[in-house]
Design a protein around this ligand. Structure first.
Ligand code: HEM
Length: 507
């Protein structure tokens, strides 16, 4: 009896071993991607990409891999990372698109309807749904709410003044983050959520996003049949994920209540604000039936902006300010440019977006801060469409995954020069800016490019010069770098600063 069991186990192990050996040999020598270099573990499984994503430093890992192997690296048996600037226009093209891969399924809410712009993988449906709201996100539409952004900027500066008087250490990263949440509250609900007023992470929402990001990033990289079980088991076994989901639910309820309240005010003619929420409610009221754009779509649109838009914007602003603090020459040049523009009247107070974008050195600092530390630090995977594609000299059959990480392509030394790893805003003034711009994918590109880009740019171009004008900020421990974690959002922590209010006398 015992020996029967033993031989059964032996047979099973032999079958397993033979199958695994056969699979590895196939992947290494006969698979369509077999000639592409990369880590051994990645060549026959998805284990490498899962483990490296879980480590939270894929940006550095991928840069090292591309330095070693070139533009094309196999990061799973069926997936490739590409760092070739020339490939951007192929992989993220607008016609015969490379659809989003199943990575994005992990980010989709459990829903039978449209899952939202970001996770949607049905390119046709996405295109139709996005067209309904595109105008609401245009720069002219966002700037109709410029005063709302100003009110957040004033509150931010008031708090900084307080800290300056107290000479206390400020966690700048946290403050920029809560600023970005409050701006979205103003734009999408006509009300700040009160993060800055309360000086805290309301309902633990920021912590909730931090807890969910690793689960979604890893859930997207495991084989697709494991995505759901992985997400369910993390919910069951991780108290922090359960807590995070509770916080998200809480904010969802608050958002729903805000939408309902606004609708009531509109019905009673007590609402004159032309913010994003109002514009979307108007679309729903006027053409909702024809477009199938109901209040619940409006709610998803507003709520998902919180998830997608606050951290990303904060990461960009943090990167610009952090690099300026570590590069005193650049910081002084920017301060001089802003001061001069205020003195000669080309920049008003409060600083307007349209005036700020005309400042060349500010532009250079913004571009350089987002180039060196893109807010999304993982590659954006797509599926090679029918017919296949030739990219960087390799032919890829249909169905395989390929993507580019902004944190690799934006370090390309051919394009950005041998100092591509350094913060050097002057490259945007002295170098070939158009050529460099073509290699920048901070906001993605093609049909899935970021819908909230104009919101972020207006925040960045208004807040950064305002801070530079009103304050002098310096790192508490300049020799100590920030800490970063890369779970799609490439977040920084440890940007502790001293703030001093600048004295402009009578100028
Ligand atoms: C500096 C700030 C931001 C950065 C760097 C950024 C980055 C990106 C990137 C790289 C993508 C493309 C992802 C992909 O192709 O896989 C994207 C898409 C998206 N972003 Fe942003 N984002 C920012 C701000 C915002 C804001 C403020 C919002 C909302 C208010 C937003 C909402 C979205 C949405 C909904 C998508 C999906 C678009 C689609 O597929 O149609 N983002 N973003």
């Amino acid at each position: 009896m015992f020996s029967d069991h033993l031989s059964l186990v032996q047979t099973a192990l032999t079958v397993l071993f033979t199958h695994l050996t056969g699979w590895i040999i196939y992947c290494l020598y006969f698979h369509p991607l077999s000639t592409i270099p990369g880590p051994f573990l990645a060549s026959f499984s998805r284990l490498w990409i899962v483990l490296k994503t879980a480590a939270g430093d894929m940006d550095r890992t991928q840069r090292a891999l591309h330095r070693e192997h070139g533009h094309i690296v196999r990061i799973a048996h069926n997936e490739v990372a590409c760092s070739d600037p020339e490939a951007i226009k192929i992989i993220y093209r607008t016609k015969h698109v490379f659809a989003k891969s199943d990575y994005y399924d992990a980010w989709a809410p459990p829903s039978s309807g449209y899952v939202g712009h970001f996770p949607s993988r049905d390119e046709k449906e996405h295109n139709e749904r996005r067209r309904i709201v595109n105008n609401v996100y245009s720069m002219s539409s966002v700037l109709e709410s410029e005063q709302a952004i100003d009110s957040c900027t004033w509150l931010f500066c008031d708090n900084m003044r307080d800290f300056a008087t107290q000479n206390s250490v400020v966690d700048l990263g946290l403050w920029i983050n809560i600023y970005a949440f409050d701006v979205l509250g103003e734009l999408f609900y006509g009300n700040m959520f009160g993060f800055m007023r309360e000086r805290k992470d309301i309902s633990g929402y920021m912590n909730a996003i931090d807890a969910l990001l690793p689960a979604f990033s890893i859930g997207g990289t495991v084989p697709s049949y494991l995505t759901k079980p992985f997400l369910i088991s993390t919910t069951l076994f991780s108290p922090s994920i359960r807590g995070a989901l509770g916080a998200v639910k809480h904010l969802e309820k608050a958002s729903q209540a805000a939408v309902t309240k606004r609708k009531d005010q509109i019905t009673n003619n007590k609402d004159e604000k032309r913010d994003m929420l109002r514009k979307m409610l108007d679309i729903s009221a006027e053409r909702g039936t024809e477009l199938d754009f109901t209040d619940s779509h409006v709610f998803v649109e507003s709520h998902s902006s919180f998830f997608a838009g606050a951290d990303t914007t904060a990461i960009a602003i943090n990167s610009i300010l952090y690099h300026l603090m570590r590069n005193p020459t650049a910081y002084s040049k920017l301060t001089a440019e802003v001061d001069a523009a205020i003195s000669d009247g080309t920049l008003s107070m409060p600083i307007t977006y349209r005036e700020a974008v005309k400042l060349s050195y500010l532009n250079a600092c913004v571009n350089e801060g987002m180039r060196l530390h893109p807010s999304v630090g993982l590659h954006m995977p797509r599926i090679v469409p029918p017919g296949g594609a030739t990219i960087s000299g390799f032919h890829f059959p249909a169905g395989y995954r390929i993507g580019i990480n902004a944190a690799t392509v934006q370090y390309d030394e051919e394009i950005f020069g041998s100092d591509a790893y350094s913060f050097n805003p002057d490259r945007w003034i002295k170098g070939d800016a158009l050529r460099m711009e073509r290699a920048i994918i901070v906001f993605g590109t093609g049909p899935r490019t970021c819908i909230g880009k104009n919101i972020s740019l207006s925040e960045i171009y208004k807040l950064v010069p305002q801070i530079v004008r009103d304050f002098e900020i310096r790192l508490v421990e300049p020799e100590k770098g920030w800490k970063t974690t890369d779970y799609w959002f490439h977040k920084q922590t440890g940007i502790n600063v001293y703030v001093r209010e600048r004295d402009h006398g009578n100028d």
